[in-house]
Design a protein around this ligand. Sequence first.
Ligand code: HEM
Length: 417
Amino acid sequence: MDVLSRPLIDRTLPLLAEGYAWLPNRMRDTPGPVVRTRILGRPALALRGPEAVRFFYDERNVHRHRAIPEPVLATLFGHEAVHTLDGVAHRTRKSLFLPLLEPGRIAGLVDHTTAAWDEAVPAWSRRGSVVLFDEASTVLATGVHRWAGIPLDDADAEATARDMIAMVDGFATAGPRHLRARRARSRQEERLGRLVRDVRSGTVTAPADSVLDLVCRHRDAGGEPLDEKTAGVELLNVVRPTTAVAWFVAFTAHALHKWPEHRAPLADGDLPFTAAFAHEVRRFYPFVPFLGGLAARDLYWRGEWVPAGGLVVLDVYGQNHDESLWGDPYAFRPRRFLERPVERDELIPQGGGDPAAGHRCPGEGITVGVLEALAVRLARTEYTVPEQNLTIPLHRVPTRPHSGVLLSGVRLPAVPS
Ligand code: HEM
């Protein structure tokens, strides 16, 4: 009997109920790092492990075209986004994002973001308390706009940050969160599409070599420039995920509260520890649950089969908590990253493989750089963490500390003499 006709119970409902635990729970019931299931009526094969990462990112095995459901495109990524392309079309579009991996550009964004943070902290001090997740998202949205050459009035920063967060927060749900995400995307695509039109008509000047300039001048595989809407979508694919680093900033505050012994090495500017800490935050805390594509042909993996057109799912959260890779996966232990070199396809909170050849996130260097800088600032800042609900519900995707991490009595760090 083939997979398509086997009477498997559709696993979509448990997925919605179990969230991050869904695939790891299924994997626990199977002998190997692979599980056959059904998602949205399709046969699906879920995999994990470095070898599985290489299998998943091989375009002969897995395609992205038509793999991403409309509700996810209409909120998280945008229609016609780089995430939806394969082959030459993908590599040509991806070339637009690869400069984001350059150390000089990362340093530039870190400078803008830390400057925005330093401007914001005095106001936090004047208020009795602040929700770190909200404040960090405004700081990040401000920093990435300045760096990318995208005009943003300070007065609009908070509302713009709310839209960026809404797009990420509402992609995996139905109901009000999802509607908010759709409305946020329409608003922001409209704003950035208009900006692209103004740059091209000469009404607005894009700073030379800025992200805005690169997107306006980019030509796709056919030699054509991006239409205004798609250009707006790709600008959002830089601004939105950079703002989303707020999730990791909130997780950082959670970690410093639960394990305060990590505060001193961060505050002291111990660079190797700071890098290890940022990696451990990305590994330990739940953000991306899994990634999916469509089988390009009938596929076998570790004795399990999925037919052409079936779903292939990379278990991101499961792999980042796989005991065979991490030993004590549910311990928050940054120093694990100082004990042995971690291979490219082991740590995959932002996808795996080679970012130039496949879909791995081109913003990984930015994420790590910004997170390191803000973790150090947080560790050097004085504040108290009042009684609040800091639980991180695993059934909610994406999840975060329930309170958003309320800080009170925020005090600027003492200026080093
Ligand atoms: C792709 C995660 C930050 C830009 C991805 C993918 C993941 C991811 C899981 C998909 C990989 C795949 O499909 O195989 C994250 C997380 C971030 C983050 C957790 C932290 C907040 C960023 C930043 C940028 C960025 C800061 C840009 C400044 C992109 C783009 C893609 C992508 C353009 C599409 C790549 C492609 O399809 O080839 N990200 N990302 N991300 N990310 Fe990120």
